[in-house]
Design a protein around this ligand. Structure first.
Ligand code: AMP
Length: 121
């Protein structure tokens, strides 16, 4: 899948639309999800143009990969959810119902999140 530079997170990265920023580094931006599904719901995105985890792990530099995952751990600790536990989700592609085609890692925590997936139909 080709990268769409008009996706909403590309616009946030270019500063064309606002976000509630919690962290910015050379390779990473993190902000609050606009429709939080838990008391803590952050999105951590690479600044580079990667559609999905598949694209990112195939094509990103080691520095970009380290920066993204280091930020996830650091942000979870800063948000105060590391002790009680949290879930990270990176939806990729149609079967995972990815809505925004720019890689993003959700950090969810602050309450019991239940089982990982509903029972299979
Ligand atoms: P996904 O289904 O994994 O692609 O998730 C996309 C997420 O982006 C959803 O949780 C949305 O609530 C969130 N989202 C969409 N637009 C914005 C925005 N402008 N700022 C912050 N989060 C957003």
């Amino acid at each position: 899948m080709a990268y769409d530079p008009d996706n909403i997170f590309a616009k946030i990265l270019r500063g064309e639309i606002p976000c509630k920023k919690v962290f910015e580094g050379d390779h990473v931006l993190a902000f609050h999800d606009i429709e939080p599904q838990a008391p803590t719901h952050l999105l951590v995105v690479p600044k580079g143009q990667y559609v999905s985890m598949d694209d990112f792990t195939a094509n990103a530099s080691n520095a970009e990969i380290v920066a993204l995952f280091r930020a996830v751990g650091d942000l979870a600790r800063q948000a105060g959810v590391a002790e009680t536990g949290y879930r990270i989700i990176a939806n990729g592609g149609p079967h995972a119902r990815q809505d925004v085609p720019h890689l993003h890692i959700h950090i969810l925590g602050g309450r019991d999140l239940g089982r990982m997936l509903p029972p299979a139909p």
